[in-house]
Design a protein around this ligand. Structure first.
Ligand SMILES: [Zn+2]
Length: 210
């Protein structure tokens, strides 16, 4: 029932063997890792899904998940508002490492300090201090925890593909749609599991359930 999944690595410098192994074990699907360059197409900051799809030629009938360093946003359809995104689920699905860092909100005290110190010359030293202090509460560039977050977002992409619904309401499930960095760390790193409902669904999808 599940076709092949192509996992594209666009300059990510992550250990893709681990992401592949996670998806293969979880979904019992065959995953092929491919190195890619310039396949994620953006129009300014806006992600162009159709343009990106056109760059993937050799995967007829298969599902593609791209992991990229590139930061992108999606619009509200009227061109007024843009939102940075950690992932977009479509054909293909695209996961952004920079988006994981920039899209979910950091703890409030980070923004409060930034707002009050911006332009004073004091923000830079304070930012370094705050980042150290809030380390457990948000993901930064080159963070080791990025790998776990990508696994979870890739699982969401798989659920989108297989069931049409990538998300779960439970914070301790890898399918939780986190808007805050702290929640993201909770669901993908501290919990790092699927909830009971989604574990059951996985058994059904893979045929493990009798
Ligand atoms: Zn769940």
């Amino acid at each position: 029932m599940i076709n092949k999944v192509y996992l594209y690595d666009e300059n990510s410098s992550l250990d893709f063997k681990k992401i592949k192994a996670f998806l293969e074990k979880t979904f019992e699907v065959s995953v092929v890792v491919k190195k890619a360059k310039d396949i994620v197409v953006t129009n300014g900051l806006l992600l162009d899904v159709i343009g990106t799809q056109k760059k993937i030629r050799d995967t007829p009938g298969a599902y593609a998940i791209i992991v990229t360093k590139r930061l992108f946003a999606t619009g509200d359809g009227k061109g007024r508002q843009m939102h940075l995104r950690s992932s977009v689920f479509s054909y293909p699905s695209v996961i952004s490492l920079s988006g994981i860092v920039e899209a979910p909100a950091k703890p409030r005290e980070y923004y409060l300090a930034k707002q009050s110190l911006s332009g004073s010359g004091l923000w830079e030293p304070e930012e370094a201090r705050l980042k150290q202090k809030l380390k457990g509460r948000f993901i930064d560039y080159n963070d080791k925890r990025l790998l776990e977050v990508v696994k979870g977002l890739a699982a969401q992409a798989m659920f989108f593909y297989l069931r049409g619904e990538p998300f779960c309401k439970s914070k301790s499930c890898r399918l939780y749609n986190a808007h805050w960095q702290e929640d993201l760390i909770y669901s993908q790193v501290k919990s790092g599991k699927f909830c009971l409902k989604h574990n059951r669904l996985l058994s059904k999808i893979t045929g493990r359930a009798k």
